[in-house]
Write a protein that binds this ligand. Structure first.
Ligand code: FE
Length: 179
């Protein structure tokens, strides 16, 4: 391990202490969440909802939660989070709004998305797209990745610092924005 590794890198590497509320929030702020391309499948005007699950879903579920933090570690309330991802066959719904939706962070900066694990598609490892905008702040467009996915190493867009921490069907990712 090189000198000067940050605590965030330790977190990403899964070496830090388990999640413990405020302590965790303090560990993750400081470095801004990096932007990434929105790709070809963003669609505006998604419905407001915290669950993309449908009755028909025998698919692998994912509960993605986290907080939106400022660089100074303050929770950012009322931030828009617009998520979209492919289905379990790697297809995007470009006609409707399947696996698309937006929500707003709560007073503690928290968000919560119930969905499925999206599939990889040609050229891309597994990922979830998101646009995040705090009130009167700049829009951040980025992507969140899955740890340990074999496709990560083959995808030049993959970034370790944009990778959720995952325990079974639960994923955790905290955003740090210029707010
Ligand atoms: Fe994509």
């Amino acid at each position: 391990m090189r000198q000067g590794i940050t605590r965030r890198e330790l977190l990403v590497a899964g070496l830090a202490l388990p999640f413990s509320g405020i302590a965790h929030a303090q560990l993750t702020c400081g470095e801004l969440t990096q932007p990434q391309t929105e790709g070809p499948f963003f669609k505006p005007k998604s419905p407001e909802r915290r669950s993309f699950l449908e009755n028909v879903s025998p698919r692998e579920k994912l509960l993605l939660t986290g907080v939106v933090l400022s660089r100074a570690c303050k929770p950012v309330a009322n931030a828009l989070l617009d998520f979209w991802h492919s289905d379990d066959a790697g297809e995007y719904d470009n006609r409707g709004y399947r696996y698309r939706g937006h929500q707003f962070s709560d007073a503690a900066g928290r968000f919560r998305l119930e969905t499925i694990v999206p599939a990889q598609y040609p050229g891309r490892t597994r990922h979830i797209h998101v646009k995040l905008q705090a009130p009167a702040r700049r829009l951040l467009t980025t992507q969140i990745y899955f740890p340990g996915d074999p496709g990560n190493a083959r995808d030049p867009l993959y970034r370790a610092d944009l990778t959720m921490r995952r325990t079974g069907s639960e994923g955790r990712f905290d955003f740090v924005i210029d707010a």
